[in-house]
Ligand binder design. Structure first.
Ligand code: PEP
Ligand code: MG
Length: 588
């Protein structure tokens, strides 16, 4: 059997893109080419009729989008479907409508020309933004523009495609993605678009494997070709040979077998062979994931990244809107807890300021930005408190580097409590307040921080980045992003020890906790609580149920004596072999 590397490294029929939604599919292609709409700049004589045509086209566009909105709500739930509600709102924007109508009267040009010109202005502005998020939204606006123009030209909207095909297209609008899913689409591939494109978000929530941003897939692949999509790694193989097909068929078999096996672990306690129970909770990025959390067997939510709400809505929700989201999530996991993390804005996440910082990861990020923007922070604290009536919400501060940041935050929380009390609002007076330990200064000072907060959550994604001085998103130095570096494991060991000494809870919520290879080591280092993505809960339960706590502690002690990462990895691999535990790390 060929290895993954052999299959991919020299394959001439390989196209690389961004892994947008996990899964593997093999099947025939439906090449979707959107009809190019030609817009001509022609003079007209009857402006009144042109305005009427424009209004009719708007109405038709609204009807089409309302249909998509309903379908999306049914398939993905209200919050995800909000994209379409936002598009419908643009179609109702009185300023946009008035501007277009006034221009039709004053310039006496075809309405489709005016619509195209006016909406393109917004699109260009958004396209010139630095953030990929704004660029993606520019595509959404283009979708609205095309919809009105198409209706003005009385052309039909193609929304039906061949059943069970893999759709390949230059780009896909959110509406295309939802409508195509009615025909049991098996996978999506697009030339354009990134991880935050709505086509990607929708594919993830509909569980359809997808690779986006391939640049040229729609030019290299033809209708009816057979392709393999690897949504785990972001590759496509077109017209695969026998060897490639059999490699992926066997991968699919393994994947199915693993999924069947994992079903057994759902809901079972994560307990070692010698009786040590580990608390497994879920990391949640978007509130739509909550259904998966409930069915995954996770014990509550160990990390809710609230900044993702901003990515989805592209603005700050009001205090009431936030309280509603937090209340909804906390009641869904009740009686388990949810750890709501304050907005971790900055770095490579949601951008708050227009200016570009020279070193965003070392700049105004997380708690630093929140303390500079107290109104924003206060709104969030008040919203979290108001949602806390059931006493199952914990509040967590990201990117803490000094004790004063904690003290200032706690002072603000007390002020908010006083205000809410005066307003006669109910809230949990003893809501626990904890911090992410993800900056080396906080790790080194763990002993003193433990006196200031109720709990720690170790964020290895950032801790590794800052400890090793290696940008977590930079390929050039990815060799140095070593989660098993002795420096990293010694630091984790120290944080856990200090938390326990102070009798404070400590958990770990970085990606490292979802790496099955890391789990025995982390447990051996004394972690009794891990927060991981809901889809990995069953994998982790499976590993934990096959190891002994005593042996894990011995493994951790061995690893702590190593001086290079490779030695740590070798010891862990030996541990897996000696205890006959099947590794899932490279299976998929
Ligand atoms: C971390 O840094 O490990 C973490 C969980 O936070 P984020 O990935 O959101 O920065
Ligand atoms: Mg972090």
């Amino acid at each position: 059997m060929k290895t993954f590397k052999q299959i991919y490294d020299h394959a001439e029929n390989k196209i690389t893109g961004i892994a947008a939604a996990p899964g593997i599919v093999i099947g025939p292609v439906y090449l979707y080419t959107r009809e190019k709409l030609e817009v001509i700049n022609e003079e007209i004589s009857n402006c009144r009729e042109a305005v009427k045509n424009f209004r009719d086209a708007l109405l038709k566009a609204k009807k089409e989008l309302s249909k998509v909105f309903e379908l999306a709500k049914e398939k993905m739930g209200g919050e995800r479907a909000a994209i379409f509600e936002a598009q419908l709102m643009i179609l109702d924007d009185p300023i946009l409508i008035e501007t277009i109508e006034n221009r039709i009267y004053s310039e006496k040009r075809l309405p489709e020309y005016i619509v195209d010109d006016e909406i393109s202005k917004y699109q260009k502005m958004m396209m010139s933004a630095h953030e990929s998020y704004m660029k993606e939204r520019a595509h959404d606006i283009g979708d609205i523009k095309n919809r009105i123009v198409r209706n003005l030209q009385k052309k039909r909207w193609q929304s039906k495609i061949k059943k069970e095909a893999i759709v390949i297209s230059e780009s896909l609008s959110p509406a295309d993605t939802v409508l195509f899913s009615r025909n049991d689409v098996k996978g999506f591939v697009t030339d354009h678009g990134g991880l935050t494109s709505h086509a990607a978000i929708i594919s993830r929530s509909l569980n359809i494997p997808a690779v986006v941003g391939t640049h040229n897939a729609s030019h290299l692949i033809h209708d009816g070709d057979i392709v393999i999509i690897d949504g785990f790694h972001g590759y496509i193989l077109y017209n695969p040979d026998e060897k490639q097909i059999s490699f992926f068929e066997s991968k699919l078999e393994k994947l199915k077998a693993l999924q069947r096996e994992l079903e057994e672990y759902k809901g079972k306690p994560a307990i070692t062979t010698d009786g040590k129970e580990i608390h497994l909770s879920a990391n949640v990025d978007v509130s739509g994931e909550i259904d998966i959390v409930i069915t995954s067997g996770a014990k509550g939510i160990g990390l809710y990244r609230t900044e993702q709400v901003l990515e989805e809505l592209s603005e700050f929700p009001t205090e009431e809107e936030q309280a509603k989201i937090y209340r909804n999530l906390s009641s869904r996991v009740y009686p388990n807890n949810i750890v709501i993390r304050a907005f971790d804005i900055g770095g490579d996440k949601f951008k708050y300021y227009d200016f570009q910082e020279p070193n965003p990861f070392l700049g105004l990020r997380g708690i630093r930005l929140l303390l500079e923007n107290k109104t924003l922070f206060k709104n969030q604290i008040r919203a979290v408190l108001q949602a806390s009536e059931n006493k199952n919400i914990h509040f967590m501060i990201p990117m803490v580097s000094t004790i004063l940041e904690i003290r200032e935050t706690k002072k603000m929380i007390e002020e908010c409590k006083k205000e809410l009390k005066k307003e006669g609002k109910n809230f949990d007076r003893n809501m626990k307040v904890g911090m992410m330990v993800e900056v080396p200064s906080a790790a080194v000072m763990a002993e003193l921080f433990a006196k200031e907060v109720d709990f720690f959550s170790i964020g290895t994604n950032d801790l590794i980045q800052y400890l090793m001085a290696v940008d977590r998103g930079n390929d050039l130095v990815s060799d140095l992003y070593q989660q098993f570096s002795p420096a990293v494991i010694r630091t984790i060991s120290y944080i856990v020890r200090e938390a326990k000494k102070a009798k404070k809870e400590v958990s770990l919520c970085g990606e490292m906790a979802a790496d099955t290879l890391a789990i025995p080591l982390l447990i051996g280092l004394g972690l009794e609580s891990l927060s991981i993505s809901p889809s990995t809960i069953a994998y982790a339960t499976r590993i934990i149920r096959s190891i002994s706590y005593k042996k894990a502690k011995k493994l951790a002690a061995d690893c702590l004596s190593c001086s290079v990462e490779k030695d740590v990895i070798d010891r862990i691999e030996k541990f897996f072999e000696e205890n006959s535990i099947t590794r899932t790390r490279n299976l998929i």
